[in-house]
Design a binder for this molecule. Structure first.
Ligand SMILES: *Cc1c(COP(=O)(O)O)cnc(C)c1O
Length: 397
């Protein structure tokens, strides 16, 4: 998945444009910038890539989720439904707004189970946030139907799924708002950066102002701008945007390499009895950023994960025992280890979470191995890896 593997002359050229005029900021300084508007250009490219009217670049993927939710009016005391399997950024972004993360089970798509979502809806629910983990997606039509029926916002965290599609539409462009990360390990990178995409003009205007202190961005005198509402600073810098501009133009090339490598790995293990793959909903195509497969039980998954590690098959994760991505190890969240006081509503929700069990999520994450697909492998390296993976899995089953 990582775009950082293929950093080269194209990226260097875009960064040098910015260094040549010295305008490192995305707004203002019109006279000095010699026509270089890297953040604006990247927004235009992304709007094309995602076939979406509006794109707001921000400083990170986590910021993108916060800005997306804030732009649609989610705040104190509102409940946001999210999956048990995701990156810690999901609940961070929700908590930052004073909203309440409500964690629900995943299914064999490795993200939100529509039935679990529907069962978790209360009068306080404001949004459902799907996280398109590891390059694929959930049952988007079913989830969208639930959101329409209950009048809820549908937000996509597509940070790990750039390049994937559902019924021909880019992941991230299907919900009311989509969020992307361009941090250093994502499919395309800005170093640090993120984006909110939407077809909703009002949400976009809100995101544009909110991510820059509430400035209205009217005219070309920043000092004279008014503040229609409160904001924060989640700006991306021109330097970061410049790197992303070169990278986004290479996205089709990156996806093609991922697909080729993914296919070799998948074919090598597909016929091993006991190996099954994560379900990709009908009409969906993965971004091939990861190969995800299930083993018969937790013990086999643990021994395969261990065997991969000791035999040099790196970049494969058994998320059940991993600290970053699965609820089981999020003690800091469950124990409310916050530097500052949390609201009573949030404390109550997190205290309930301490004793909550998610056997259905355990059933899938316990048996899942997720292998990141790199861009820099040679074909010989991928074939050797595929062969090793197959023999280690056969030995463990
Ligand atoms: C990487 C990631 C984020 C956060 O992105 P940052 O740019 O690192 O803040 C959010 N959600 C998911 C699913 C991610 O993988």
């Amino acid at each position: 998945m990582p775009g950082f593997e293929l950093f080269g002359d194209l990226e260097r050229k875009e960064v040098n444009d910015v260094l040549d005029n010295g305008v490192l900021m995305r707004y203002g300084f019109d006279g000095m910038r010699k026509g270089h508007w890297k953040a604006k250009e990247l927004e235009a490219e992304l709007s094309d890539t995602f076939n979406t009217n509006h794109v707001q670049l921000v400083s990170s993927g986590t910021a993108a989720v916060s800005v997306a939710l804030a732009s649609a009016g989610v705040g104190a005391g509102d409940e946001v439904i999210m999956p048990t399997f995701t990156f810690v950024a999901s609940f961070e972004a929700i908590l930052m707004l004073g909203a309440i993360p409500v964690l629900v089970d995943i299914d064999d798509t490795l993200t939100l189970d529509p039935e679990a979502v529907e069962a978790a809806i209360t009068v306080k629910t404001k949004a459902v946030m799907i996280v398109q983990m590891c390059g694929s997606m959930g049952d988007l039509n079913a989830l969208q139907a639930i959101c329409s029926k209950h009048n809820l916002l549908f937000v996509e965290d597509a940070c790990q799924a750039i390049g994937g599609t559902y019924e021909g539409k880019p992941l991230g462009s299907i919900g009311d708002l989509g969020c992307f990360s361009f941090d250093f390990v994502k499919t395309i990178t800005c170093g640090e950066g993120g984006a909110v995409i939407t077809n909703n003009e009002a949400f976009y205007q809100n995101a544009d102002h909110y991510s820059d202190h509430g400035h209205d961005h009217v005219g070309n005198d920043r000092g004279a701008e008014t503040h229609p509402f409160l904001g924060y600073n989640f700006r991306i810098s021109e330097l970061n945007a410049a790197v992303g501009l070169a990278q986004v133009r290479r996205l089709p090339e990156f996806i093609a390499i991922q697909k080729k490598n993914y296919t070799i790995l998948r074919e090598a293990i597909a016929r091993i009895p006991g190996v099954t793959f994560r379900r990709v909903p009908k009409g969906g195509e993965e971004s091939y950023a990861f190969l995800n497969f299930f083993l018969p039980d937790l013990e086999v998954a643990r021994s395969v994960s261990e065997a991969f590690k000791t035999n040099g098959v790196d970049t494969c994760f058994h998320y059940y025992d991993n600290n970053w991505h699965y609820i089981r190890k999020w003690d800091h969240l469950k124990e409310q280890k916050s530097l500052y006081p949390l609201s009573k509503a949030i404390k109550t929700a997190l205290t309930e979470l301490q004793n909550k069990r998610f056997p259905q999520s355990d059933h899938f994450i316990g048996r899942n191995i997720s292998c990141l697909v790199k861009l820099s492998w040679t074909e010989a390296e991928v074939r050797e890896r595929a062969f090793k993976m197959a023999s280690l899995i056969k030995a463990a089953i």
